[in-house]
Design a protein around this ligand. Structure first.
Ligand code: ADP
Ligand code: MG
Length: 256
């Protein structure tokens, strides 16, 4: 059975894409067959894995419009066991077109159900509570919620949790929060630690035991088109994501 996980937070710049790429990479490295779905019109997961967005004809957009099969649009990444469904900015137009269809919420779910052979699908959601994100939440079984360790970290999360509740009441009763992932932690600063305590207070055991430090290697890796583990695997950022991916695996074992 395929496990589908979405990285979501309607805020931009909190580490959704970085988490999606690197957790997907380390799950693949651990032997799982992984598909990363780029569901953000910005296509950061696509370029972050070194794929040239100007040379793509079939992408997430075509799959959602049902003009291409998912299996045709999926590409290898050059990393063992890791494939990607890439995206171009054109996905933003697709979202508008999609809005009139009566199956508009379930297009991604249907597409993912059409393929076999993946152990894990990781969906990188856009920074909004849009139709695309709802498609992600309906296609997924689990949510990983990256939260940036900064002052406004928890602001707006109520809205996301409310959206998850609505999705649960409606089309996807089984949707679960797999874990909350504090990102860009700077453990030397009081602020980071305060925000971490605040996150813990709200989410308790849902918070991953491993957190992601602020680490320049994580910011550099996308410009080389590779996950951090393939760029500098001994960096703090790489080791942190490896540990989180392990925790993800452990949590999946418990909850499945
Ligand atoms: N832990 C980190 N340390 C340093 N830079 C990071 C870290 N996580 C993400 N970044 C950088 O911050 C920016 C936003 O991260 P990204 O993962 O794209 O966020 P989102 O997908 O939520 O918009 C990117 O430039 C990324 O390279
Ligand atoms: Mg992103």
């Amino acid at each position: 059975m395929t496990v589908v996980i979405a990285t979501t937070n309607q805020k931009g710049g909190v580490g959704k894409t970085t988490s999606a790429i690197n957790i997907a990479y380390y799950l693949a490295k651990a032997g799982k067959n992984v598909l990363l779905v780029d569901l953000d019109p910005q296509g950061n997961a696509t370029s972050g894995l070194g794929i040239d967005k100007d040379n793509l004809d079939v992408t997430t957009g075509e799959v959602l419009m049902q003009s291409s099969d998912l299996a045709i649009a999926v590409r290898p990444t050059g990393h063992k066991n890791l494939s990607i469904l890439p995206t171009t900015p054109h996905l933003a137009n697709v979202e508008v077109e999609l809005a009139s269809g009566n199956d508009k919420f379930t297009r991604l779910k249907s597409a993912l159900e059409s393929v076999e052979g993946y152990d894990v699908v990781v969906i990188d959601c856009p920074p909004s509570l849009s139709l695309l994100t709802v498609n992600g939440l309906i296609a997924a079984k689990y949510v990983i919620l990256p939260v940036q360790a900064e002052f406004y970290a928890l602001e707006g999360l109520g809205q996301l949790l409310e959206t998850m509740k609505l999705v649960r009441k409606g089309m996807n009763p089984g949707l679960e929060l797999l874990g909350v992932l504090p990102t860009m932690m700077d453990s030397r600063t009081t602020l980071s630690n305060q925000v971490y305590q605040e996150i813990k207070k709200h989410f308790g055991d849902k918070v991953f035991q491993n957190t992601i430090p602020r680490n320049i290697r994580l910011a550099e890796a996308p410009s080389h088109g590779v996950p951090v583990g393939a760029y500098d695997r001994w960096s703090k950022g790489a080791r942190a994501y490896k540990a989180v991916a392990k925790e993800v695996e452990e949590r999946l074992k418990v909850v499945r």
